[in-house]
Design a protein around this ligand. Structure first.
Ligand code: IPE
Ligand code: IPE
Ligand code: MG
Length: 239
């Protein structure tokens, strides 16, 4: 049996469909989804998960209707304000990955405020992926490395995996152990491409607004039963 995962990442999907099933506006789905975030964060803290990374807004989500995008941005600011005390009491350190400069000023400011105020916390690291795209992250890293090579700060022979990791948004995050996606879709949608190289994937049909602590517990139990071989044989692992 595996130990519990150190790093859990979640693609929180299905808010829109949840709302449609209730005959409501997509907005309601996102609001209900924010409640799932609260419950899952709380449960992950209790389970002593060290790193929880949540896909909250992708670079491609800007192509949604303007009203939905602006609602999501507003919801983000209000959730950060509302959850602030809980982050402090639970000793959670907030982080963000993605192109934060592309976010509206209000969102960026609130985010930076909470990151700053929680940076000395010693508990779980909660990372929000905002205006995040895995390909964008890798492209940016390659560009930064190319510039450093050009300026003779790095020699090309010395470029290795750690050089690449150091240039990712996720530089201080360990590899993902368990990647959960809700809503029945079985795809990555440009999330954490580098760090999911050996992640165990867990797909559930449950829509994100219905995903509660029992669902997280189920995913964690499922993970403990997987055999992670990292290229080796099963015999090598059991001997
Ligand atoms: C996930 O739910 C939330 C975000 C992408 C911001 P969706 O809004 O994608 O819900 P569906 O996939 O349309 O049901
Ligand atoms: C992925 O969900 C992004 C987030 C959960 C923030 P999407 O709903 O945007 O993904 P696709 O379009 O179904 O692949
Ligand atoms: Mg979706």
């Amino acid at each position: 049996m595996n130990k519990l995962p150190k790093h859990v990442a979640i693609i929180m999907d299905g808010n829109g469909r949840w709302a449609r099933l209730q005959g409501k506006n997509r907005v309601k789905g996102h609001q209900q989804g924010a409640r799932s975030v609260r419950e899952v964060v709380e449960e992950a803290t209790k389970k002593k998960i060290e790193f929880l990374t949540l896909y909250a807004f992708s670079t491609d989500n800007w192509s949604r209707p303007k009203d939905e995008v602006s609602l999501l941005m507003k919801l983000l600011v209000s959730s950060l304000k509302k959850e602030f005390n809980r982050l402090i009491t639970n000793d959670i350190r907030l982080k963000a990955i993605g192109d934060l400069n592309g976010l509206p000023n209000g969102v960026k400011e609130e985010l930076i405020y909470v990151i700053e105020k929680t940076k000395e916390n010693k508990g779980m690291v909660l990372t929000l992926a905002l205006n995040y795209g895995g390909k964008e992250e890798l492209t940016r890293a390659m560009k930064d490395i190319a510039i450093k090579v050009k300026n003779s700060i790095i020699s090309p022979e010395n470029v290795d995996q750690s050089t690449i990791i150091e240039h990712l948004y996720t530089q201080n995050l360990p590899a993902v152990d368990l990647l959960i996606r809700t809503s029945g879709e079985e795809r990555i949608s440009n999330f954490l491409l580098w760090h999911i190289a050996y992640a165990e994937l867990y797909f559930t049909k449950t829509l994100w607004p219905d995903f509660k602590k029992e669902d997280l517990q189920k995913a964690l139990v499922d993970y403990t039963k997987r055999e992670r071989r990292f290229g080796k044989t099963s015999e090598q692992l059991t001997s």
